[in-house]
Design a protein around this ligand. Sequence first.
Ligand code: TRP
Length: 474
Amino acid sequence: MADVQNCDSCSSSPLELFERVTAQGEKVRSLKAGKASTDEIDAAVKLLLSLKVTYKTATGQDYKAGSPPVDFSPVSNNGPTTTQDEDFVDPWTVQTSNAKGVDYDKLIVRFGSSKIDKELINRIERVTGKTPHHFLRRGIFFSHRDMNQILDAYENKKPFYLYTGRGPSSEAMHVGHLIPFIFTKWLQEVFNVPLVIQLTDDEKYLWKDLTIEKAYEYAIENAKDIIACGFDINKTFIFSDLDYLGMSSGFYKNVVKVQKHVTFNQVKGIFGFTDSDCIGKISFPAIQAAPSFSSSFPQIFKDKKDIQCLIPCAIDQDPYFRMTRDVAPRIGYLKPALLHSIFFPALQGAQTKMSASDPNSSIFLTDTPKQIKTKINKHAFSGGKDTIEEHRKYGGNCEVDVSYMYLTFFLEDDDKLEKMKQAYTSGALLTGELKKVLIETLQPLVAAHQQRRKQITDEMVKQFMTPRKLAFNF
Ligand code: TRP
């Protein structure tokens, strides 16, 4: 699941932008007064104009000297997927004013995807003969595109493959980052298919204040946490973009094909890029699209161009794959199918953003049992009442209670979860007691992850990340 973070232009507040425009205006005036060279003046004027455009995109208002923005609507980075009073979701920003979190049913309508309903879950069970993962049963993976096609293919013994990824923005991964990987591992086991995992160190270099070397280092560190989820080394290829793009002509050819068939206008519409975004960002979506096509991995699929791809990801990644699905038929490829998950809430509540730089916003994979306990007790937003008397009388609200939400992700026992929901809602179970269950669920889970991670050698990482044939014959 992607970190929720901001793009450059969104991270400046409207007021900061206003001040930058004003300062640049003054600079132009003083250059002119000081009879600077025309080149210098032209360059300063150009920057002034582009700052004005950024300001307008961010505030919806024209820049007026001397009148700072008062009431602005944040429209920067708005693709066609939001209106002012709705939730905001794109690969960089997730925002909602609702304590229950984003309204996912609305998102399905807005993104034009399909709900994972009981019928689809039953079909997955029929086709695989396995109990559907609790992420499916509990609506954590809640939306899809073309999953029925994948199941048709599987029933007809036609192969497909899985593709997922991670943007290595820091060394620190939290339990929420594991969600897509835990689920992907289940899918890989149940369907017995090849899996490719993209580490977009290039993306993080472009978007964040990171050196190339650091981004690559994080990719390798994150790879260890991913491997620790238990992927089969004979069926899984993990790659860093910074590494693999330079060594695979199959991959790069597909990047260029996508680049030729998507215009600047289209990515502006989908991702909210502006004229002042660097060209690396503008062309990056082609790099996230390419792994959706089997010909990007000739070492795995030989010359097969028509092995369908299934992508489990958090819903904020959907813009990339809407674009991918749009170009696919135009470059002679199958559209990838998708399974979308909801977001993992921050400890402070489902409407706040989680960030890897705030150690208190989630449980990290490096936390000690004691840290886990303290963080949950201190920071997990509670849907309980203020006093024990009130709580006993009115009960707690599971819909906004973060400890309960975390348990829906990590407590596998359906009966126990249901009992706790009832007890908490009725007031029989207190917040402290609910938190205790969560602490006792996460402590062993994180400790076991740390144990597995410790066993992973550099040699294993290298093997996972070497382009090679997997245990499948194509
Ligand atoms: N952009 C994603 C992130 O920042 C990483 C990613 C690349 C990804 N390819 C993917 C995520 C495919 C899910 C599926 O985390």
